[in-house]
Design a protein around this ligand. Structure first.
Ligand code: SAM
Ligand code: SF4
Ligand code: SF4
Length: 369
């Protein structure tokens, strides 16, 4: 078999024995002893929104070249890779994009994934992140296919601001209908992600908190991140999560809750009156690289070990060249074992490599959130 040397640049794969690379427990650790637990799979790089912080029209205009259909991993290929990742310790899979509900027959992929169990024999935790635009029509089919839960992105309640932020004039009422539909078919727990851009939508924090308090839906505030190279990121437009928490706390008193898992990205805060909780994802101001257990697979099958990686590892070629499961397992294990990523931690500590405008970084819509 031909071995494409550029595919997995860090290791001479074929010299490694699978048995050495993959302990029977499925435990696999990187250079900072972080285990591989979560996999985010992007199923398309296309989106029907042009959110200003993610796919600004200046970079994703009408002539933008998206991936060809033949470049995308097929559902069979995704299923096969998912099984291999599970063998390596993955317990949670999140489908993302682009907009994952644009991928034709996505529920067929969910059916395939929903039948899988983790290496410990537990049901696989499958979720999906969506902009909610197609959720009203798809919620029932997603639930029936075996999806456990959804996260819906929602950056404003004010309709004209929401339309400005998605930049395609999509009305907020239709996303709210999608959230209702998800709720009524039992896709639970529902989470809502709000990216906060200071000076753009910070005035929407309290209206959104008021709407979801007491609803059983958890609202999470994400700091605007310097992901990719096209969103004109500026530190001055990041609203630190501490400020978000104190703003909400002034109106609706909060107390800190423990994390569910050490690798969780979100810090949890409960409402003192018992009306639920919120989360904050402080990727910029409180880096959480120390416990980062996430791998990402792009729609064309490139493996990224960090949201801020410039370069992925081409698993699709391994799959299409007929590599065995054991060889692909070894390849992924070698990538993870060699992993030293901690971009956000370096950025926080003022490392000049992080925040370097010249640094090659993959776009969020390519790799998923
Ligand atoms: N299209 C789907 C959606 O919007 O939910 C899934 C893909 S989107 C890339 C995944 C998540 O990334 C969304 O919650 C989105 O708000 C978030 N996101 C995108 N760009 C971001 C940025 N620059 N900073 C922080 N979060 C971002
Ligand atoms: Fe599309 Fe999601 Fe990016 Fe918005 S955040 S442009 S909905 S991929
Ligand atoms: Fe994980 Fe990279 Fe984000 Fe750090 S910067 S938390 S290593 S994805």
């Amino acid at each position: 078999m031909h071995t494409p040397l550029s595919l997995i640049p860090t290791v001479d794969l074929l010299r490694r024995q699978v048995i050495n690379a993959v302990p029977s427990t499925g435990l696999l650790a990187d250079q900072f002893a972080r285990e591989l637990r979560d996999l985010r799979i992007s199923v398309t790089d296309r989106c029907n929104f042009r959110c200003v912080y993610c796919m600004p029209k200046a970079a994703f205009g009408r002539d933008h070249a998206f991936m060809a259909q033949s470049s995308l991993l097929t559902f069979e290929e995704i299923e096969r890779l998912a099984r291999i990742f599970i063998r390596l310790g993955v317990e949670k899979i999140r489908l993302t994009g682009g907009e994952p509900l644009l991928r034709k027959d996505i529920e067929r992929l969910i059916e395939r994934l929903a039948s899988m169990t983790t290496a410990k024999g537990q049901p696989l935790d499958i979720s999906l992140t969506t902009n909610g635009s197609l959720l009203a029509q798809k919620a029932r089919a997603l639930k029936d296919a075996g999806l456990s839960r959804v996260t819906v992105s929602l950056d404003a309640l004010n309709d004209s601001l929401f339309k400005q932020m998605n930049d395609v004039g999509f009305p907020v009422a239709d996303v709210l209908k999608g959230i209702d539909a998800a709720h009524s078919v039992g896709l639970a727990p529902i989470k809502i992600n709000m990216v906060v851009k200071r000076g753009t939508n910070d005035q929407e924090i309290l209206p959104l908190a008021s709407l979801f308090r007491g609803s059983g839906i958890t609202l999470r505030f994400i700091e605007f991140m310097d992901v990719g190279t096209s969103n004109q990121w500026k530190m001055s437009e990041v609203m630190p999560s501490d400020e978000v928490v104190s703003l909400i706390n002034n109106q609706f008193p909060l107390y800190a809750l423990d994390s569910m898992r050490s690798s969780d990205t979100s810090q949890r805060w409960g409402y003192r009156d018992g009306s639920g909780e919120i989360g904050v994802i402080s990727s910029v101001t409180h880096a959480f690289c120390g416990a980062c257990s996430r791998a990402r697979l792009s729609a064309e099958g490139r493996l990224y070990s960090c949201l801020f990686s410039g370069q992925g590892h081409d698993l699709r070629t391994l799959v299409r060249e007929g590599w065995s499961d054991d060889s692909i397992t070894t390849a992924i294990a070698c990538v993870w074992e060699g992993r030293t990523d901690r971009y956000s931690a370096l950025r926080s500590s003022g490392n000049p490599m992080a925040g370097d405008a010249e640094m090659v970084k993959v776009e969020m819509s390519y790799i998923g959130g």
